[in-house]
Design a protein around this ligand. Structure first.
Ligand code: GTP
Ligand code: MG
Ligand code: ZN
Length: 348
């Protein structure tokens, strides 16, 4: 089934290995390039085609980047293939449901601008998500032309993870975007993530992904206008495919324990040196965290963000039932603490 056209779309041995149950003459393979409310756009060997959602994604489990096995007429999904990587976050709203950003992505360009958007804790949040997905993160700092010292921002970003690639550029300049081409070669799938207005679509255009709409930014706070409203898989002249995404204002991690552990390995090593295994790092004797912060070995911001992201991803990984159970227990504990206090008061 491995044809150059499928390879160009990202088909590889991982997906090929999942076809043993099928009669290869009776199936059509396609990759999801866009998912709208009534139609799904697909890319196959013979180019682009569309199917109604109820034919392509009857049970709502299909996302941009997925590989589908269709029937011989190519008009109904038989199976969604297992994903090689999965980029997801907590969906907006109360319930901690996952929202898929894209499936089967090799490299994620985490885009931030060198002006108001630059924020190390936000970059760490993206990095944990990307590392957890199993994709390679690359931090792209845009709007270098608007910053006095973009190189110092890049240095700070490089410190977030060993071997992290960080590039700075004016995203409007296709020549400068050339440094990203090594991640965008044949068979490679790349996704762009980041806040609205940082230049994701500008970068997509610089990489040759057609003519994506780009928008202005608000004068008063430098924020974007949410110009891109849906995600789509776009072919690149360098041979790979690119998923441009709508900008997000803020997002939460969900079930990213491996990503957080990978990103904050240095922090975990310091914590392991604390004298007490249940150290709260709040001034206990023998606390290695406090000592490391005091001598400048550990950045307090990074430590605090580690605790925050660790707690957030675990909370959002809980099922609704589990969360209700925990909240019930919490209110039971509060109630019993209150009654203990009352009893205590009565005794006085
Ligand atoms: N000076 C400068 N302007 C840039 C650069 N990159 C993007 N811009 C401008 O920033 C504005 C927003 O860019 P977009 O590419 O639409 O941003 P986006 O990240 O796709 O935004 P959403 O689609 O809303 O998520 C546009 O006016 C771009 O021309 C850059 O490197 N330098
Ligand atoms: Mg955009
Ligand atoms: Zn400690």
């Amino acid at each position: 089934m491995t044809t150059p056209a499928l390879r160009a779309l990202g088909w590889n041995e991982f997906f090929e290995g999942q076809l043993s149950e099928f009669d290869l003459d009776a199936i059509v393979l396609a990759r999801v390039s866009a998912h709208h409310s009534i139609q799904v756009e697909l890319q196959g060997e013979d180019g682009q085609f569309r199917l109604p959602v109820q034919s392509a994604d009857a049970d709502g489990r299909v996302s941009v980047g997925d590989w589908l096995v269709l029937n011989s007429s190519g008009n109904r999904t038989i199976k969604r293939l297992e994903r090689q990587t999965l980029l997801s976050r907590k969906a907006a709203g109360e319930e901690a449901k996952p929202q898929v950003i894209a499936a089967n992505i090799n490299t994620v360009f985490i885009v931030s601008s060198c002006n108001e958007d630059f924020n190390l804790s936000r970059l760490e949040r993206y990095l944990a998500m990307v590392l957890h997905a199993g994709a390679t993160p690359v931090v792209v700092l845009t709007k270098a032309d608007l910053s006095d010292d973009p190189e110092s921002l890049a240095e700070r970003a490089r410190d977030l993870h060993p071997d992290l690639s960080v590039v700075i550029m004016d995203a409007r300049d296709a020549g400068q975007a050339d440094v990203l081409k090594s991640w965008c070669g044949p068979g490679q799938s790349v996704a762009l993530v980041g806040s609205s207005g940082v230049g994701k679509s500008t970068l997509a255009n610089a990489l040759g992904a057609g003519d994506q709409a780009t928008g202005g930014i608000r004068e008063k706070d430098g924020k974007g206008r949410h110009t891109t409203t849906s995600r789509s898989l776009l072919p690149l002249p360098s041979g790979g495919v690119l998923v441009d995404n709508p900008g997000v204002r803020e997002f939460q991690l969900r079930d990213c324990d491996d990503g957080v552990a990978d990103l904050f390995e240095d922090v975990a090593e310091v914590i392991a040196r604390c004298k007490f295994s249940d150290c709260r790092h709040e001034g206990e004797p023998g606390c290695a965290v406090r000592a490391a912060i005091d001598v400048g070995e550990l950045d307090e911001r990074r430590f605090t963000n580690y605790l925050k992201l660790q707690e957030e991803q675990a909370r959002n990984a809980e099922t609704l039932a589990k969360r209700r159970e925990r909240e019930k227990n919490k209110s039971r504990i509060v109630k019993s603490a209150v009654s203990r206090k009352r009893r205590h008061r009565d005794e006085w």
